[in-house]
Each structure stands twice: as structure tokens, then as C-alpha cells.
Design a protein around this ligand. Sequence first.
Ligand code: SF4
Length: 241
Amino acid sequence: MKSAADTQSVIEALTHQHPDADTELHYRNAFELLAATILSAQATDAGVNKATPALFARFPDARALADAPAGEVERLIHSTGFFRQKAKSLMGMSRALVEHHGGEVPRTMEALVKLPGVGRKTANVVLGHALGVPGLPVDRHVLRVSNRLGVADSDDPERVEQQLTGALPPALWTRASDTLILHGRRVCKPEPLCSQCAAADACDFHAEASRLAGPAPSGGAKRRKAKPAGPATRPATRRRR
Ligand code: SF4
């Protein structure tokens, strides 16, 4: 795994490649971002952004959503999928905010993860984007890209969060997560577009894939492309015949 200095330099290169990296969820305050992030599970940010204006117009804060009729909430968020479970989480989260936090979103990881429907990833999104508290959300894109680059070496999101936050200064945590997410969506997809990657020279996956592909044959014959390991994070190994 890379040193802290090398990790910072890789993240810096990707930050230059994606200067617009930020959460794509629309929100006006911490409560709205918390609700939108809960809704974003198994849904696209664009899909959530279509549903939330009507939801927040009807139920603008935790007190309103805590007492909302379940059927109405379900109807408003239906398009985001898993609407029954999500409505339950939204209303449970709102009730907990009212009962334990005066209707406000707490500013600590410890308190946030006690709310119904809120895990570390959601808590870090809200801390980092809406509350000004350093947080590094780890989603499937961060997992895939950071392991390929060699700035992390685990499939466990919490472990990867520890590895990245251990290597980067707190002021860079949220931006690093946004950058890795965007890189995973645009470039380092399951089938990665390494020729378009600003960090290719430092990437473990790319180095290994190039090694497996071997030197380009002479005489104009096409070199066989090394097959990446799909959604997994390691390069494919050569199959024995
Ligand atoms: S070089 Fe390829 S595998 Fe490595 S981070 Fe860039 S796109 Fe992903």
C-alpha cells in the first residue's frame, strides 16, 4: 500500500482531473442532506433530486416528517425505490432527531449512526458536506478506485476509511471522497478507462494489467488487452492452459 505522501499526491492528481467533484444531491441544510442521502441508497442522485423538492415542500423539517402519514411519505418517495423501508427510515430518523436532538441534526459520528437508517457512509456525507466536520464517506466507487490505486487494501469500507483518513489531512477528507466517487463514475469504472486517468502512472492495478499484457508485439500485430477483474479490485491473473 502507498505511503501517506504518495496517497496525497495521487489524490491531488485526481483532484486536478475532477475540479468539480462534490456531492450531486441537492439540499439546503443538514436535515435535507441527511434525508436525501438515506433516499440515495440503490437510487441515482438525479432520481433523488427529482423526488426531494416535493417531499421537503410538504415536510420541511424533522418535526413535520416525524408526524407525517406514512402513506403520503411513501407516495412522495416512491420513485426512488424501496419506498416502504425508506419511508420508515426517514420517519424513524426524524422522530429520533425530535426526541433526542431538539429536531436538529447532531454533529458527531457517534450520534448520527444511532439514527434509524444512518450508517457511517451517510453520517460522513452529512458531516463533511453540511456540517463542516471532516468526514470521508466510503461507497463502492471509493472502495474500487482506492484499492486499484493502492492507496487502500481492504474490501471493508470502515477499514478503507481508516486508511485514507490516516494518510490525508482532515481538510481533504470530504473532497478526496467526492473525487474518488466521481473518478469511479467517469473513468475508473468496473471496466476502467486507464488511458484517460490522471493517476495511471501511479496506479497498482494499471501497472499489473500492463505487466500481464506484456510488451507490444512487433510487426503491427495487435497486443492482447489485459482483462481487468471486473467489479473486483485486483487485476486479472494469467490463466494456465
Ligand atoms: S489507472 Fe485505471 S485502474 Fe488505475 S485508477 Fe486510473 S482508471 Fe482506475
